[in-house]
Every structure is written in C-alpha cells, then in structure tokens.
Design a binder for this molecule. Sequence first.
Ligand code: DAH
Length: 339
Amino acid sequence: MSLQRLNEVRRSFLADLEAAGSDAEALEAVRVRYAGRRSGLLQELTAALRELPNGEKRDYGRALNELKKLVDSQLREAKRRTAAASAAGSRPMVDVTLPGRRPPRGAEHPVHLVRRRIETIFLRMGYSVEDGPEIEDDWHNFEALNLPPDHPARDDQDTFYLPGGSLLRTHTSPVQARVMEEYEPPIRIVVPGRVYRRDSDLRHSPMFHQLEGLVVDEGITFGHLKATLETFLKELFHGVEVRFRPSYFPFTEPSAEVDITCIFCGGKGCGVCSRSGWIEILGSGMVDPRVFEKLGVDAERYTGFAFGLGLDRVAMLLFGIPDLRLMFSGDQRVARQFA
Ligand code: DAH
C-alpha cells in the first residue's frame, strides 16, 4: 500500500460516484464500497497505515484523511441532490386537459342598462351626453335655478351640506346651469348622474340616479317639449299612453308632470299605480326666463325646455324590481338577472 494506491481509490471513487448519478440505490452501493464500516475501501486503506514504514506514515496519513473528507462530503452532497430530485418528481401532476376555472364575471347594473337605453334614444335625436360635479355649490344647485334662499327645497332635511358651504347636488339640474353658462345655444343635452338627498326608507335611498334634459334654441315651444317626451317615453316603455299634468318647478314656467299608463295593468288600475291607471314618470317645463337671465342667455332670443327623471324608478318599473334597496345592495345576483 502506498500513496499511489490511495490515488487510485480516489479516482475510482469519483468515477463511480459520477456513474451513480442521482440513482439512490447506486449511490448506496458506492457508499458501501468506499465508506462501508466493515469492508469499505477506506477501512482497508486505514488498516494499511500500520504496515507502512515510519517514514511514510505522516504523508500517507495526511492524504488518507483528505480522501476520507472528500468521500464524506461528496456522498452527502449526492444524497442531498437525490432527495431534492425525488421530491420534485413526487409533485402532483397537472392535468392540462381539465377545463379552466372561470373567472367570476360581473353584469351591467339595471340602472346602467336603463341609462344606456335612454342615452341611445336621445343620441339618435341629436342630443349629446354631458356630466357635472356631484359636489356642487349653492349657486348651481339652487340660486341659478331660481330657487331663492327661503325655498322649501333648500330645507336642511333634504340637502347634505359639506364643510365650507358646498353640498352634494340634490338633482342633476345644476348641470343645466353649468352648460348654459359655458355654451351658446343651440343646446341639446341629456345629463345622467348620481344625486343625493337626506331621505332613506323603502322607496328612497340617500343616493339615487337622475337624468336631466335641456334644449335651448330659437323658437323652441311647448309643442317641442310634448312631442319629444312623448316620443321618448313611447320608445322606452313600448305601447304606453302619455299624459301631461300642470305642475310647478322653480326653474320652469309653465311646468308639467308627465305620466304613462301603468305598465303592469295597462291602465285598468292596480297596486303599483294605486288604482289610478297612471304612473308619474318625469318633471318638465319651459325654461323660466329668469333662469336664462341669471345665466347670461338672451331670453328675448331663446326659449327652451327641460326635464328630469329618476333612473332607479325607471329600472324598477321596467324590470319589475320590487325594492329599491335591492338595487343598491351590491349583490351580484341582482345584476346578473338582467345581463
Ligand atoms: N330637478 C327636478 C327634481 O329633482 C326634476 C326636474 C323637473 C328637472 C323639471 C327638470 C325640470 O329639468 O324641468 O325633482
């Protein structure tokens, strides 16, 4: 035995190790062959130390120690690799033929559906769609619309006031004022949007939706108002009759409320229409000249009409939704029924 033999063992160990790869059984065989306690080659090389002449013992011993360390660390490393490989191999298989999980799909809210239907009708008649801020000032929400400071509609009961004098708009009508301030007639707009009132019960929500309409041009008459709203309502609620009742709004003169025949009983009278056969659907009127004056529109030259309706109410009627709160529950099951 000599250093030469030691080097041979070292070389064959590395070769055997490489041949075993990450095969656990082959690696175990390599371990037994070299590091086995009873008849491993390292054991044999250690025993040979005793037979060596004293002069050779030191170098041989040192090389032997190094070989032992090498065998030990290499075997350990190989074992670690094998364990990792088999763990990866035992991962559950992915079945790529399985159908995928469907991502949950939303649906258009009934109020949004109604809004788009109405917008489409008016876009076809040559109107454009405008919007305005939900946080308003007193001027646009009230004053410019001829609502004097002592008007009952300004009652604290109805309006959410914000610090600093601004407020949450109580209707979409302030956008009328903003548009008349900014644009020269001819004006033909509809304005859908959220509005806010301090009101909450079965039929009222502190936030709800309205749609405003405004037409200003030379020679606009009540006849235009009537024909436009009749056309609109008959297209939205197929087959209904429309009637106009005199009414009052601060920003229109004369004013009219518009009813349609009840879409549930066809006008015979039922629970929904309180046996009257009619359902009130919107407010309207000829723009009051005082509103024009406040907003810098030439009241001698121009006339106009305006109207406003509740989108939530229309959605409830069109889709037969019994409870306003259902629509604002955020429950996907509500919206999905109308997709
Ligand atoms: N702003 C009114 C409301 O909230 C609705 C309305 C009535 C709007 C008549 C109009 C109108 O433009 O002419 O009750």
